[in-house]
Design a protein around this ligand. Structure first.
Ligand code: SF4
Length: 395
């Protein structure tokens, strides 16, 4: 039987670097990627696909995700070549969820129509804010009018599943300002919303901007944004299904759900991470976050070999706890006990009862999940249970 996995492709180009961004991407300027750089990227991507197909065979996939960077900046010819290369080597289900991240300034109507006809059926639009001053302060390459126009173009192009990415906790933003952004986003009628708390990443221009840092909302205001935002979205019919994600019924992001369930993911492109199980042993690796280093690795036939780590049962179980608790589905306690030999209902009975009493968790006979307030302090809850969280609260 062939392996099953979700497929991920990292597009490594952005027009300019946003002031808060720590993702890997190479700034290209307004014209987008230079043809030679794009061609080298595509050649390396195909070589990486060849190598992984040799190792894992014709992997069956029910989700595909183009992340970045700015995938919509690749242009339609490159996107068509990648889709074709994937289909030649892997079995992408006919009804697969195929998501493309797009920025409003590179989501022209003709591009969106062509992407839709290639089989991309879900668009994740990087709106971030609908306040032009905030967009300028973040260093985004678009304004709110372009974001609205891109949303309308995506609908016209036939996208029935559109997600908007938004950021809260921006410099100078108050609770009402954030709720106003959410109301405007809801009015557009997306199927999905991702709402991330702004994180000041070391080394970014934002981290060195003393005035912006001084204008950041304090912790109480950020907590209020999270709690009131969640209530507002739920009242508008969106399920709060993961700490940072909201969806209309049936519109959860299938790709991210697979990741949060700890299922296998096969990633391509610089900085892409993979978790694949071979002969019953799961292993993880992450590609170098550099176009040159990734190309060198791939072209020397070593894709997937560098930084490879086998995942022990303990690591898998710890990750299941951390990821499960981020979702509304929570952690399935009997499955966790079977995997680790540690039944939290017995080993942490007192602590769980205490967390439940103060309203941070819901404890059912077979399931443990965070309440909305518990989501605010998810890292602390995870640490209290004896695990180290790698992620930040409110993100
Ligand atoms: S568009 Fe996204 S990936 Fe590119 S620089 Fe901005 S935040 Fe980073």
């Amino acid at each position: 039987m062939s392996a099953r996995a979700s497929l991920y492709v990292h597009a490594p180009f952005c027009r300019a670097k946003c002031r808060y961004c720590a993702f890997f991407s190479a700034p290209t300027g307004a014209a987008g990627p230079e043809p030679r750089a794009l061609s080298r990227y595509l050649t390396s991507l195909e070589a990486e696909m060849d190598r992984q197909a040799q190792i894992f065979g014709r992997v069956s996939a029910s989700t595909l995700f183009f992340g970045g960077g700015t995938p919509s900046l690749l242009g339609i010819d490159a996107l068509a070549r990648i889709m074709s290369a994937l289909r030649q080597r892997f079995d992408l289900a006919p009804d697969a969820e195929a998501t493309l991240e797009a920025n409003p300034d590179s989501a022209a109507p003709e591009f969106l129509r062509a992407a839709r006809s290639l089989g991309v059926n879900r668009l994740s639009l990087g709106v971030q804010s609908l306040d032009d001053a905030a967009l300028g302060a973040l260093g985004r390459a678009h304004d709110s009018a372009q974001a609205r126009a891109a949303f309308a173009s995506a609908r016209d192009a036939g996208f029935e599943n559109i997600g908007l990415d938004l950021i809260f906790g921006l410099p100078g933003q108050g609770v009402e300002g954030w709720l106003d952004t959410l109301r405007q986003a809801i009015a557009l009628g997306p199927e999905h919303l991702s709402c991330y708390g702004l994180t000041v990443e070391p080394g970014t221009p934002l981290a060195a901007d003393v005035a912006a840092l001084a204008a950041l909302p304090d912790e109480d205001a950020q907590a209020e944004m999270f709690l009131r935002g969640s209530k507002l979205l739920e009242a508008a019919g969106y399920e709060h299904y993961e700490i940072s994600n909201f969806a209309r019924p049936g519109r959860r992001c299938g790709h991210n759900m697979a990741c949060w369930r700890g299922e296998d993911v096969l990633g391509f492109g610089p900085s892409a991470a993979s978790t694949m199980t071979s002969s019953g042993t799961p292993a993880r690796w992450a590609n170098p976050a550099s176009l040159e280093d990734w190309e060198t690795l791939v072209l020397s036939g070593l894709a997937g070999q560098s930084g490879r780590e086998e995942l022990t049962v303990e690591i898998r179980a710890q990750e299941a706890l951390m990821l499960g608790l981020r979702t509304a589905d929570g952690l399935h306690l009997p499955a966790h006990a079977a995997a680790t030999g540690l039944d939290l209902r017995l080993s942490h009975a007192g602590l769980l009862a205490q967390l439940e009493r103060v309203g941070l968790v819901l404890l059912e006979p077979e399931r443990l999940c965070l309440t909305r307030t518990g989501m605010l302090v998810s890292n602390s809850v995870i640490r209290a249970l004896g695990f180290e969280s790698k992620s930040e609260n409110l993100s």
